[in-house]
Design a protein around this ligand. Structure first.
Ligand code: AMP
Length: 506
């Protein structure tokens, strides 16, 4: 089915002839939707979009709540050859204005509650049609789809044609639109399905947002390719998720999912017995969390690493050794290397910039050829901006983003080498090291530390414990206690925010 449309054909293949099979169960309404109903809705949406004048390569931008209809909209956009452009639901009108002006979509679908503010924004950006879709799947988009006949044929799109724009979280500078192709998304999801052994029997706990690569492409594309189903949670409610372990088989989460679940007394090997695989990514997981999860459930979390521009790059193996603190081995078909400042390959164990090559690599940043050229290396390598190292077995470890590297007196300090030592101090829950201006050294190390409840640990005690293990120039000059580290929706610690807060109060 959907011959000639690379991504749609791949995503549909496992459900052909299994129209009655469940694709999703909405965990709020307990409503179940079959594969047949999902694709029928997608085909109607595709046809409604075509009737609105949507042409191949047109962008269809959405800022909507998570729902099965929102998923059908993604698939319908792919079916009609257009480009899916999902926006974070937390973005303000001013932010949405930037994205719509930058990407010039033909259609914008928004939450009805926000459309009074967003319609003029979309019109000012040249959007021709504004539609609505609420969290229950109702709105003018669904009305138009209900009246439309399913699209007769998927619009042909090859591997190299664009399927999606995902804007990077953009902690510095302007957020960039990563252009992802049918080939990128298909090849990556196929590699992950095979590696993690996803089948039609799998039920994936899906509590991630669907505007980010993790919840959208890793979670949904892998499930669709396997013909499995998703237990759809709108948000992350630890008790509800734990209860879902009884009937689900897998979960994809960010580290905060796991730390929050670890706070529940009901998390036992028995409670997790039905689950075959716990996956984590999007932000580093503490080795402590890995150990605590193993102790509580008897199962070892599988950590993987990827980014908006490259989809997934590495993963710990399903069957082989899962090494806590590492992000595992390159995915089949993907090459990963560590290079120094001159582009030479680093020796094993040496820290350098991580570069990636393979069918997973995006086509470039929309409207930013100079930025694309900056990050693309000769012979097809992409500089991820992450710093890391490779061990003797070929497993990679991420030590931080290159822009978070601290340079004190000309010496490099990797935040992670400070953080692992501080995290190991009794009474510390977690920490984040970052560089702050220093009059002599250029930068010095500051650390934000979260203490365990009731702990009266002092900065002096921390320093006394970690100093013997660190060269003098790496010793933190400032240790501040905070109640929580600032994180974005994907659980990434916002070091910019820490630096900003520090300079505001220094
Ligand atoms: P995004 O483009 O929002 O998906 O962010 C990608 C970035 O998240 C990567 O470049 C890494 O810095 C970080 N990241 C993703 N997965 C991991 C992981 N397992 N461990 C450490 N950092 C990660």
């Amino acid at each position: 089915m959907y011959q000639g449309n690379t991504l749609a054909q791949a995503l549909r293949a496992a459900s052909v002839g299994r129209e009655e099979a469940t694709f999703a169960v909405d965990q709020d309404s307990q409503q179940s939707i079959s594969y047949g109903a999902l694709w029928n809705e997608a085909e109607r949406i595709a046809s409604a979009l075509v009737a609105l004048g949507v042409q191949p390569q047109d962008r269809v931008a959405v800022q909507i709540e998570k729902s099965v209809t929102a998923i059908a909209l993604y698939l319908g956009t792919v079916l009609c050859g257009a480009i899916h452009l999902p926006l974070n639901t937390a973005y303000t009108s001013a932010e949405v204005s930037y994205f719509l002006t930058d990407a010039s979509p033909r259609v914008f679908v928004g939450d009805p509650a926000k459309l009074a503010a967003l319609t003029p924004v979309a019109q000012a950006a040249g959007v021709q049609t504004v539609l609505s879709l609420d969290a229950q799947g109702a709105g003018s988009l669904s009305d138009a789809a209900a009246k439309a006949a399913p699209i007769a044929q998927a619009v042909a799109r090859g591997s190299d044609d664009l399927a999606a724009f995902l804007y990077t979280s953009g902690t510095t500078g302007r957020s960039k639109g990563a252009m992802l192709t049918h080939g990128n998304l298909t090849s990556n999801a196929e590699a992950l399905r095979d590696l993690w052994q996803f089948t039609a029997q799998d039920v994936l706990i899906h509590a991630l947002p669907i505007f980010h690569t993790h919840g959208l492409f890793v979670a949904l594309n892998v499930t669709l390719l396997a013909g499995g189903s998703v237990a759809l949670h709108r948000g992350f409610n630890p008790e509800k998720i734990l209860a879902n372990f009884a009937t689900a088989t897998t979960m994809m989460g960010v580290p905060t999912f796991y730390t929050r679940l670890l706070g529940l007394p009901g998390l036992t090997p028995e409670a997790a017995r039905h689950m075959r695989l716990f996956i984590s990514g999007s932000a580093p997981m503490l080795t402590d969390t890995h150990a605590q999860w193993k102790a509580a459930t008897g199962q070892q979390i599988l950590e993987r690493y990827g980014m908006t521009e490259t989809c997934m790059n590495t993963s710990n193996p399903y069957l082989g050794a899962r090494k806590a603190g590492t992000v595992g081995l390159p995915l089949p078909g993907v090459e990963v290397r560590v290079v120094d400042g001159n582009g030479n390959i680093c020796a094993q164990g040496e820290v350098g910039g991580i570069e990636v090559r393979g069918p997973n690599l995006f086509k470039g940043y929309w409207n930013m050829p100079e930025k694309t050229a900056e990050d693309m290396r000769p012979e097809g390598w992409f500089a991820t901006g992450d710093l890391g190292q490779m061990d003797e077995d070929g497993y990679f470890t991420i030590v931080g983003r290159s822009k978070d590297l601290i340079i004190a007196g000309g010496y490099n300090i990797y935040p992670k080498e400070i953080e692992v030592l501080i995290d190991a101090v009794q009474g510390v829950v977690e920490s984040a090291a970052f560089g702050v201006p220093h009059p002599d050294f250029g930068e010095s190390v500051a650390v934000a530390v979260v203490r365990a409840e009731g702990s009266e640990l002092t900065a002096e005690q921390i320093l006394a414990q970690i100093s013997p293990e660190l060269a003098r120039f790496k010793h933190p000059h400032h240790i501040r206690f905070v109640t929580a580290l600032p994180r974005n929706t994907m659980g990434k610690v916002q070091k910019n925010e820490l630096r900003r807060e520090f300079s505001a109060t220094a």
